[in-house]
Each structure stands twice: as structure tokens, then as C-alpha cells.
Ligand binder design. Structure first.
Ligand code: NAP
Ligand code: ZN
Ligand code: ZN
Length: 359
């Protein structure tokens, strides 16, 4: 692939977030680049936040998608990590400076120059386009190898939802004897339940959806607590948790759940609602509670997470959808009606494929 090429993609055009089919250009292969023919792309709530300009004005047209799995179709002359026909994945970023302190210690996702998979502005002023597209060009260094045990549709969401919970579980020192609350049972939440379960932790799902009770237990949770149900249910788990992983996408008061924490516990924030939290000092000081955040994970750690999932037989629970269903899927995610990740079958996006239905 010595020349750039046009591919079909789904792009949002305004703050309604609704996507429709467009054509975009993928760069000619550099010597370290691979072209991945996308087979699957997960729908992360971050795609919806950004398509709707909820984190600030998005550069439209915006092609979302950072849970990408596909097949390598072409390789540059210096590529050694992948061969044609092999599966490869792309997560939330496709480059970094490679020389700063963070890049040096494997925190390339925290590099000041991280090139996010979509919405990132290149030096020439153009913007990066993500995985809701027929194919993507990426430097081999920022592409992931998909272990053969993992089916593509269920593996794609590991590249954001999986690593986003795996990384803080490690960083904040969660161990098998800890009792961990998972606040919000969506894409990230269900991956947290599976990964913590594989580690042997006692997991309490804290959810606003009564219909998810049985599913939470089937995913490996030890307990399910309806946070907007009876006060008794919440009272029963007071002072029991060493950690809460907050995956909630909508505005909420995480400190409501401080009563559920033991002393010295940690709240790990990964969800990104638009309103800031209010942190009452007494809620922190009386039990010596810490609150911290976490952003995705580095490339090496993402590969480690994929290998962990392969060893434990973990993939996301996916509802595989055609490209024409994406707007409807967005609406269902907004209603917390996803069990537990939509994954787009990208082979359904072609020149002839039907337009995306309106929600
Ligand atoms: P998701 O699938 O929509 O899950 C979010 C869950 O939050 C819902 O399933 C629901 O769980 C709960 N929720 C929704 N609205 C709520 C409300 N009004 N009050 C209380 N709970 C509510 O989203 P996701 O893809 O997992 O992403 C979750 C958040 O993490 C998003 O904000 C996303 O942008 C962010 N994110 C962050 C990173 C990072 O690097 N830090 C990476 C990826 C995503 P229940 O039905 O169980 O209540
Ligand atoms: Zn994401
Ligand atoms: Zn760097």
C-alpha cells in the first residue's frame, strides 16, 4: 500500500452525536506501519460523550471507535511484529513521543503527546479518525497482538473497557483478599467484575438497574446491591469495601457511597461524567479514605491484560450489531440498556450497505 487509500467510516457531524456514512483517507504505509482491515469495533461510552461534544467541542466530522480488532492486510518494509493475515488490535492511542519519562516507564498513555485514536489533531491540522471504519493505519509499536484464544468480537472491548479497569486494579494494589465494589454495571463495570473475579476478589456490584441482579452474579459478582432501592440493602454493606471502582458515565455523587468503605479504603474513578464531584472533607478524613483516578493503560500493560484475559478465558459479553444500528445502540447505551458492550461487525459497512438508521 504505497499510496493513501479511501475507506468508508461512520462519523458524527454535530452534538446530536448521530453518525452517518462518510469516506475518509488512510495514510500511505510508512515503513513501521500496518494496515488493519477492521472486523470489529466496540462502542465505548467515551465515543458517545465525544460524539455529543460532552467533553468540549468535538472536531466534526468525528469518526469514533477505539476498541478495534481486525486483520493485517499490508505491512511496511520494516514491520517485524505482524505478518499479513494475522489479527491485530488498536486501543485508545496510536502514538506518543517515545522519549519522555512516562514513555520510558511504560506509561505511554500518560505521555504529554499521546495521539488519541480519534479526535487527535495532527501537526498538519487534520484530525485522527477511529475504528468505526473499514480500516486503519497504525505504527506496529502501538498495535496489539490478539491472543488466539480470544474471539474478535469479545476481544475488541478489552482494548478500552478491559485495560481501563485492569490498569487501576494493579496500580492501586487490589489483591485477592480485598472486597471491591463496582459502581455501574456497563461496559467497564462488567469487565471489572470478570477481572476481579478471576483474581479471586469478593465483588459487590452497586447498580441502579434491578434487571442486572442475576446477570451480575452470573458474571462472577458475589453480591448485588441496588443503589436506588431500599436503604436496608445499602446499610447491609456499610463499612465492608476496601475499594470502589466508579465506572458511572452520568452525573452522580460518588461520596454517597463513602459509608460503604472500610477505613483506609480507596475510591478509583474511571467514569467521566461532565459535572465535578463534591468531596466533603469529613467523608475522607474520618476513615482515611483516598480517591484517585485512572486513564486507560499503556501499550505493554494492554498486551499484558490481553494475555491475562486469554489465560482466564475472559472476553466481553457483546451484542454484535451491524453498522446500520449504531445510532440505536448509542440511545440504548444512554439508557443503560446494554449487556454489556455493543460491538459493530465492521464487515457490514460497505459502499452498498444501508444508511445508519436514526434512533
Ligand atoms: P456504560 O456501558 O454506559 O456503563 C455506565 C454504567 O453507569 C451504566 O451501565 C449504569 O450502570 C451506570 N449509570 C448510567 N447512568 C447512571 C446514572 N444516572 N446514575 C447512576 N448510574 C448510572 O459506559 P462505559 O463504556 O462502561 O463507560 C463508563 C464511563 O467510563 C464513561 O463515562 C466513559 O467515558 C468512561 N471511560 C473512562 C475511561 C478511562 O480511561 N478512565 C475509559 C473508558 C471509558 P447500572 O445500570 O448498573 O447503574
Ligand atoms: Zn473507551
Ligand atoms: Zn512521551
Amino acid at each position: 500500500m504505497s499510496a493513501s487509500q479511501q475507506v468508508f467510516a461512520l462519523a458524527a457531524h454535530d452534538a446530536s452525536g448521530a453518525v452517518s456514512k462518510i469516506q475518509i483517507e488512510r495514510r500511505a504505509l510508512g515503513e513501521h506501519d500496518i494496515f488493519i482491515r477492521t472486523t470489529h469495533c466496540g462502542i465505548c461510552h467515551s465515543d458517545i460523550h465525544q460524539a455529543r461534544s460532552e467533553w468540549g467541542p468535538a472536531p466534526y466530522p468525528l469518526v469514533p471507535g477505539h476498541e478495534i480488532v481486525g486483520v493485517v492486510e499490508a505491512v511496511g518494509s520494516a514491520v517485524s511484529k505482524f505478518t499479513i493475515g494475522q489479527r491485530a488490535g488498536v486501543g485508545c492511542f496510536t502514538d506518543s513521543c517515545r522519549s519522555c519519562r512516562n514513555c520510558g516507564v511504560g506509561d505511554d498513555h500518560l505521555c504529554p503527546s499521546t495521539a488519541f485514536t480519534y479526535g487527535y489533531r495532527y501537526p498538519d491540522g487534520s484530525f485522527a479518525h477511529g475504528g468505526y471504519s473499514q480500516g486503519i493505519v497504525v505504527d506496529q509499536r502501538y498495535a496489539l497482538s490478539i491472543p488466539e484464544q480470544l474471539a474478535s468480537a469479545g476481544a475488541a472491548p478489552l482494548l478500552c473497557a478491559g485495560i481501563t479497569v485492569y490498569s487501576p486494579i494493579k496500580h492501586y494494589g487490589v489483591r485477592s483478599h480485598h472486597r471491591v465494589g463496582v459502581l455501574g454495571l456497563g461496559g467497564l463495570g462488567h469487565m471489572a467484575v470478570k477481572i476481579l473475579g478471576a483474581m479471586g476478589c469478593h465483588v459487590t456490584v452497586l447498580s441502579t438497574s434491578p434487571s442486572k441482579r442475576d446477570e451480575a452474579l452470573a458474571l462472577g459478582a458475589s453480591q448485588f446491591v441496588l443503589t436506588n432501592g431500599s436503604a436496608d440493602e445499602l446499610k447491609a454493606v456499610e463499612n465492608s469495601l476496601d475499594y470502589i471502582i466508579d465506572t458511572v458515565s452520568a452525573d452522580h455523587d460518588v461520596m454517597t457511597y463513602a459509608a460503604l468503605l472500610r477505613h483506609n479504603a480507596t475510591i478509583i474513578v474511571v467514569g467521566v461524567p461532565s459535572k465535578p464531584f463534591v468531596i466533603p472533607p469529613f467523608a475522607l478524613i474520618m476513615k482515611r479514605i483516598k480517591i484517585g483516578g485512572s486513564l486507560i493503560g499503556g501499550i505493554a500493560e494492554t498486551q499484558e491484560m490481553l494475555d491475562f484475559c486469554a489465560r482466564h478465558g475472559i472476553t466481553a459479553d457483546v451484542e454484535v450489531i451491524p453498522a446500520s444500528y449504531v445510532n440505536k445502540a448509542f440511545e440504548r447505551v444512554l439508557k443503560s440498556d446494554v449487556h454489556y458492550r455493543f460491538c459493530i461487525d465492521m464487515s457490514t459497512l460497505t459502499a452498498e450497505s444501508p444508511e445508519v438508521e436514526t434512533a
